[in-house]
Design a protein around this ligand. Structure first.
Ligand code: NDP
Length: 477
C-alpha cells in the first residue's frame, strides 16, 4: 500500500504513525496510508514556517504568482484524476468532485493574479509637508485548519491567498480526507515553493490542530469546521492575541412563496438539501413554505427525493453519494429518530444496502415541522430537510431569521418586491434568489453572520482583509 508523508521544511517526512484512508462508498477500498503527525512534527513545521517567513514575506510577487499559477494549471489539467480521488475519499459523486477540483484550480489561478494586485494608498496629511502611505504586509505564519466536506476547494481558498500575500503556511487538513490535501502539497512542492513556506501536517485535530492554535510561532488562524471547535479556538486565539477567521455551520432557510415557479423551487430545494449528500454548510435544511403552495410543493419534493439515485460515488448513475463515515451516519440517523419523536412525518431516511459495503442513506424529508423543533435548530449535516409551513411572506421572513446561524438564505418567488425585501432583511452573509442556497462563485466574498462566521470574509478580493495587515507610514521628505 502506498504511503504518503507530511511535507515539513521542504522534505517529505515520516512523522509518527500512518492511517488508512478508506472509501465511504466501499470500505474494502483503501486509498493509501497517510501520515498522522504528532505534536513534535507539528512543532517542526511551525519552526520551518517561521524561519522561511522573513524571505518569503518580501519575495517577488512574480515568483508567488508563477507558483500559484502553476498549481492552478496543474489542478485544472488533472481535475478528472483529483476529482476521482476526492470522490473516493469523501463520497461526493464524480461530477460534483470533478467540479470541486476544477474550482480549486480556478482559485489558485485567481490568487496568482491577486499576488500582482497588492496595492496601498497615498493620502495627504493634515500636517503640511507630511505625506501618509497606507501599505499592506503579510500577517506572518498562518495556521490553516480545514473540514472534510470540501477536501480540495476549502484548502485551496485558504492556502492560495495566504501564499499570494506573502504569508507562510502550516496546513492541517481534516483527518478523514488527507488525500486531496497531500495532492495540493505535492503540486506546491513540484511548483518550487521554497523550503518551509508551505508545510503539510496531516494528523488529528486534538493533537496537530491544538498544537497549531497554541504555538507562539503562529500569527493567524483560518478555520472551517463545526461551531463547537471554532468557538474553542476563538477563546484561545483571544487569549493569545492571534488574528482569527472562522467559518462554521449553518441552518439555511429556503423560502418558497405562493408565486414561486414550482419547478424552480423544487429543483433548488432538491439540489440545496440533498446534493453532496447534504454535507454542505450552505445546505438548504429548512424549507419555509407559504400555505398556498405548501401541498403542491411537498408532494413534488417527496416525489423528487424518492427518485434520487443513491449509490457508489464513482457510479455514473449515482446522484447522491454515501455519507462520509460511520459517525456522521449515526448522527444523521439520530436526527431522523428525533424528527419522529418530535412528531414530524418522515419520508425516506432509511439505511440502504448497495453492492459494496458503505454508508448509504436515503434522502429524508421531514414534514409538518415547526421552527421550534430541535431538528430545525441544530445542524444535522446529512441528506435531510424539513418543511415548515407559514401563512405569508412576513411569517416566512421571521422564521428564516429565527436561528442562531446566518450563513445563507434563499427565496423562490417571481415578485421583485419580495425578493428585494428579502435581500435586505435576511440575516445572512449570502442571499440566493430562485437558486439553491448552496453553490457559490470563487471570485466574490463567502461567509456568514451570527454563529456561522467570525472575522473577515474569505475568497475574492475580500480575502486580503485576513491575509494582510495594514501599516500607516507618515513621511516628511
Ligand atoms: P470539526 O470542527 O470537527 O473539524 C474541523 C477541523 O478542525 C478538522 O481538521 C479537525 O481535525 C480540526 N479540529 C478538531 N478539534 C480541534 C481542536 N481542538 N483544535 C484545533 N483543530 C481541531 O468539523 P468537521 O470536519 O467535522 O466538519 C463538519 C462541520 O464543519 C459542520 O458543522 C459544518 O457545518 C462545518 N462546516 C462549515 C463550513 C463553512 O464554511 N461555514 C464549511 C464546511 C463545514 P480532525 O479532522 O482530526 O477532527
Amino acid at each position: 500500500m502506498e504511503k504518503f508523508q507530511n511535507l515539513i521544511a521542504g522534505e517529505w517526512t515520516d512523522s509518527g504513525e500512518f492511517q488508512s484512508n478508506v472509501n465511504p462508498s466501499d470500505l474494502s477500498d483503501v486509498i493509501g496510508e497517510y501520515a498522522r503527525a504528532d505534536a513534535k512534527a507539528a512543532g517542526l513545521a511551525m519552526e520551518a514556517a517561521a524561519t522561511a517567513f522573513p524571505s518569503w514575506s518580501i519575495s517577488s510577487i512574480q515568483q508567488r504568482a508563477d507558483i500559484l499559477d502553476k498549481v492552478g494549471t496543474a489542478i485544472l489539467a488533472r481535475k478528472e484524476e483529483f476529482g476521482r480521488l476526492l470522490a473516493r475519499e469523501e463520497g461526493k459523486t464524480l461530477p460534483e468532485a470533478v467540479g470541486e477540483a476544477g474550482r480549486a484550480g480556478q482559485i489558485f489561478k485567481y490568487f496568482a493574479g491577486e499576488a500582482l494586485r497588492i496595492h496601498g494608498e497615498k493620502m495627504s496629511s493634515v500636517r503640511p509637508g507630511v505625506e501618509v502611505e497606507i501599505t499592506r504586509e503579510p500577517v506572518g505564519v498562518v495556521g490553516i485548519i480545514t473540514p472534510w466536506n470540501f477536501p480540495i476547494a476549502i484548502p485551496a481558498w485558504k492556502i492560495a491567498p495566504a501564499l499570494a500575500f506573502g504569508n507562510c503556511v502550516v496546513f492541517k487538513p481534516a483527518d478523514l480526507v488527507p488525500g486531496c490535501a497531500w495532492a495540493i502539497a505535492d503540486l506546491l512542492h513540484q511548483a518550487g515553493i521554497p523550503k518551509g513556506v508551505f508545510n503539510l501536517v496531516m494528523g488529528r485535530g486534538s493533537v496537530v490542530g491544538e498544537a497549531i492554535v497554541e504555538s507562539p510561532r503562529i500569527h493567524a488562524i483560518s478555520f472551517t469546521g463545526s461551531v463547537a471547535t471554532g468557538r474553542k479556538i476563538a477563546v484561545r486565539c483571544a487569549e493569545l492575541g492571534k488574528k482569527l477567521q472562522l467559518e462554521m455551520g449553518g441552518k439555511n432557510p429556503l423560502v418558497v412563496l405562493d408565486d414561486a415557479d414550482l419547478t424552480v423551487a423544487v429543483n433548488a430545494a432538491v439540489n440545496g438539501a440533498y446534493f453532496s449528500t447534504g454535507q454542505r454548510c450552505t445546505a438548504s435544511s429548512r424549507l419555509v413554505v407559504t400555505a398556498g403552495i405548501h401541498d403542491a410543493f411537498t408532494e413534488a419534493m417527496k416525489e423528487a427525493a424518492a427518485k434520487l439515485v443513491v449509490g457508489h460515488a464513482l457510479n455514473p448513475e449515482t446522484q447522491i453519494g454515501p455519507v462520509v463515515d460511520d459517525s456522521q451516519l449515526r448522527q444523521d440517523l439520530y436526527y431522523t429518530d428525533l424528527a419522529r419523536q418530535e412528531n414530524a412525518e418522515v419520508a425516506g431516511g432509511r439505511l440502504l444496502a448497495r453492492e459494496t459495503k458503505g454508508f448509504y442513506l436515503e434522502p429524508a424529508l421531514f414534514l409538518n415541522t415547526t421552527n421550534a423543533m430541535r431538528i430545525n435548530r441544530e445542524e444535522i449535516f446529512g441528506p435531510s430537510a424539513s418543511v415548515i409551513r407559514v401563512k405569508d411572506y412576513e411569517e416566512a421572513l421571521a422564521v428564516a431569521n429565527d436561528t442562531e446561524f446566518g450563513l445563507c438564505a434563499g427565496i423562490c418567488t417571481q415578485s421583485l418586491k419580495y425578493a428585494s425585501h428579502f435581500q435586505r432583511h435576511a440575516e445572512a452573509g449570502m442571499v440566493m434568489v430562485n437558486l439553491p442556497t448552496a453553490g457559490v462563485d470563487y471570485h466574490v466574498p463567502f461567509g456568514g453572520r451570527k454563529a456561522s462566521s467570525y472575522g473577515p470574509r474569505e475568497q475574492g478580493g475580500y480575502a486580503r482583509e485576513f491575509y494582510t495587515t495594514v501599516k500607516t507610514t507618515y513621511l516628511a521628505p
